[in-house]
Write a protein that binds this ligand. Structure first.
Ligand code: BGP
Length: 462
C-alpha cells in the first residue's frame, strides 16, 4: 500500500434527496421548486426527464444500503427533503416522512454506515419560494425551525449534520446565470439571497449548539473552486482574488471564521450592493461558526484580468471584474465541460490548513460525470469505468499528500453512490459507483469502480 490513510477514515459517497428519492408526489410530500419548475418548463431538462421518479431510492433504500455495504461504505451523506418532512415548509410535520427517514437512518446504522445529513440541498419547498425564498427573512426563520425539528427527530442517531450544500450554487443558478428556479438575473437580489443563506445557516448552528447533542457536530458543505490567476501580473492576481471573494470566501469566511472578508464588504459597498441586514446579525454569524467543513471539489477557476471594459448597460455580474480563460494543455472532462486538475484538491486543503485554523474537514464530493456509459458494459454485465477509478485515485494522491503535510482531513466521499438525477442535466452524465439502468426497471449493477472502491476501503488506501 503506497497511499495509506489515517485510521478511522470516512469512506463513502454523497447524494441528495431530490436526486435519488423519486416519489415526488407520494407519502405526503409537498412540491419543491424542482417539481414546480419541471411542471412548468419540462423542456429545460435533459431529455425532458424530471425529478418525479429519479432512482427510486424511496422504495428501494434497503437494496441500495445493502449495496453500499457491499462496496465498503462506512459513511454516506444524504439530505432530508424539507418539503417531504414539512410539506408546506412551515406547519405540520409529515409522519410518513418521519417514518421514511427513520427507516433509512436505522437501516444505515444496522449496516454500520454512519449517516451524514444535509438539511438543504437546492430543494426549496415551493410554498417557501412563494414567500420569496431566501430573499425572505420569514423563510430564514422557517428554515431554522425545520432544522430544529430535524435535530429533535433524528439527533439521537445522526451525529454529523450539514446546514447547506453548496449554498453559492442556488445564488448563481437562481439569481445570476439562469440554471435554477426562479431564474432571476439580478445581482442585488443574489447578494441578498447569499446573505440570508448564511443567516439561516448561523441560526441552524445556534439551535444545534443550544441542544447540546452528545457527540454531535455541525458543518456546512462548500464547493470550493481554487481561483488561479493566468499570470503573476498584478491585474491578473487581483482578478483571481475577486473571483475567490465572490465564489469561495463569501461562504467560507463567515461559516468558518464568523465574519465576511473586508475586501468583499468594501467591494460591495463601493458598487452599492450591500445586502439589507438586521441588528444582531453580525453577532449571530460570529458566535455560530462550524465544527466541521465539507469540501466539494470538481474543478478550478482560471481567471485573468478583463480584456475589455464591461458594458455599463449590461446587468451587473461578478464577471465584470474578471475574465475566464482556458489554461493551455489543460485536461478536460468533455461530458461535463469541466477541467480536471487534481492538484486543486491539495491547494484547497492546504489553504484550509493555513488560513482557516486547520479546521476538521473532509472531501464531501468529488467525482466524474460521463455520458453514455452503457458502451463500457462488457459481456460480464459490468460497466468498466477505468477513467473513474483513475479520477478518484489521482485526486486521492493529493489528499494523501495534504494529510502527510498536516491537513486535518477525516474522510472522502465520492459523488456519487449510484447514477442519479442531476438538476437540469437529468440523467445525461452518470457519476455512480453503481449503475442504474433506466431502460430496465432501474436495475442496479456495481461498476468496476465500485469494486475498486471496496478494495480501497478494505486496505484503507491503495
Ligand atoms: C454538485 C452538487 C450535486 C451534483 C454534483 C455534480 O454541485 O452538489 O448535487 O449534482 O455537483 O454536478 P452535476 O450533476 O451538475 O454534473
Amino acid at each position: 500500500i503506497l497511499y495509506r490513510f489515517p485510521d478511522g477514515f470516512w469512506w463513502g459517497s454523497a447524494t441528495s434527496a431530490t436526486q435519488i428519492e423519486g416519489a415526488a408526489n407520494e407519502g405526503g410530500k409537498g412540491p419543491n421548486i424542482w417539481d414546480y419548475w419541471y411542471e412548468k418548463e419540462p423542456n429545460r431538462f435533459f431529455n425532458g426527464v424530471g425529478p418525479s421518479v429519479t432512482s427510486d431510492f424511496y422504495h428501494r433504500y434497503k437494496e441500495d444500503i445493502a449495496l453500499m455495504k457491499e462496496i465498503g461504505h462506512n459513511s454516506f451523506r444524504l439530505s432530508i427533503s424539507w418539503s417531504r418532512l414539512i410539506p408546506g415548509g412551515i406547519g405540520d410535520v409529515n409522519p410518513t416522512a418521519v417514518q421514511f427517514y427513520n427507516n433509512v437512518i436505522n437501516e444505515l446504522l444496522e449496516n454500520e454506515i454512519e449517516p451524514f445529513v444535509t438539511l438543504f440541498h437546492f430543494d426549496m419547498p415551493l410554498a417557501m419560494q412563494e414567500l420569496g425564498g431566501w430573499e425572505s427573512r420569514d423563510v430564514v426563520d422557517a428554515y431554522a425551525r425545520y432544522a430544529k425539528i430535524c435535530f429533535e427527530l433524528f439527533g439521537d442517531r445522526v451525529k454529523k449534520w450539514f446546514t447547506h450544500n453548496e449554498p453559492i450554487v442556488p445564488v448563481e443558478g437562481g439569481y445570476l446565470y439562469d440554471f435554477h428556479y426562479p431564474n432571476i438575473i439580478d445581482f442585488q437580489r443574489a447578494v441578498q439571497v447569499a446573505y440570508h443563506t448564511i443567516i439561516a445557516h448561523a441560526k441552524a448552528v445556534q439551535v444545534f449548539k443550544q441542544m447540546n447533542i452528545p457527540d454531535g457536530k455541525i458543518g456546512i458543505i462548500l464547493n470550493l473552486t481554487p481561483s488561479y490567476p493566468r499570470s503573476s501580473h498584478p491585474a491578473d492576481v487581483k482578478a483571481a482574488h475577486i473571483a475567490d471573494l465572490f465564489f469561495n470566501r463569501s461562504f467560507l469566511d463567515p461559516a468558518v471564521k464568523g465574519e465576511y472578508p473586508q475586501d468583499l464588504v468594501d467591494l460591495l459597498r463601493e458598487y452599492g450592493y450591500l445586502p439589507v441586514t438586521k441588528e444582531g446579525d453580525q453577532k449571530l454569524i460570529k458566535e455560530n461558526t462550524v465544527d466541521i467543513l465539507g469540501i466539494n471539489y470538481y474543478q478550478p477557476r482560471r481567471v485573468k484580468a478583463k480584456e475589455h471594459l464591461p458594458n455599463p448597460e449590461a446587468p451587473f455580474m461578478p464577471d465584470r471584474f474578471f475574465d475566464y480563460y482556458a489554461m493551455p494543455g489543460r485536461k478536460m472532462n468533455p461530458h461535463r465541460g469541466w477541467e480536471i486538475y487534481e492538484k486543486g484538491i491539495y491547494d484547497i486543503l492546504m489553504n484550509v490548513k493555513e488560513n482557516y485554523g486547520n479546521i476538521e474537514c473532509f472531501i464531501s464530493e468529488n467525482g466524474m460525470g460521463v455520458e453514455g456509459e452503457e458502451r463500457f458494459r462488457d459481456e460480464d454485465g459490468m460497466i468498466h469505468d477505468d477513467y473513474r477509478i483513475e479520477f478518484i485515485r489521482e485526486h486521492l494522491k493529493w489528499v494523501h499528500k495534504a494529510i502527510q503535510e498536516g491537513a486535518n482531513v477525516k474522510g472522502y466521499h465520492v459523488w456519487t453512490f449510484m447514477d442519479n438525477w442531476s438538476w437540469t442535466n437529468a440523467y445525461k452524465n452518470r457519476y455512480g459507483l453503481v449503475a442504474v439502468d433506466l431502460e430496465n426497471n432501474r436495475k442496479r449493477t456495481i461498476k468496476k469502480s465500485g469494486y475498486w472502491f471496496k478494495t480501497l476501503v478494505e486496505n484503507n488506501g491503495f
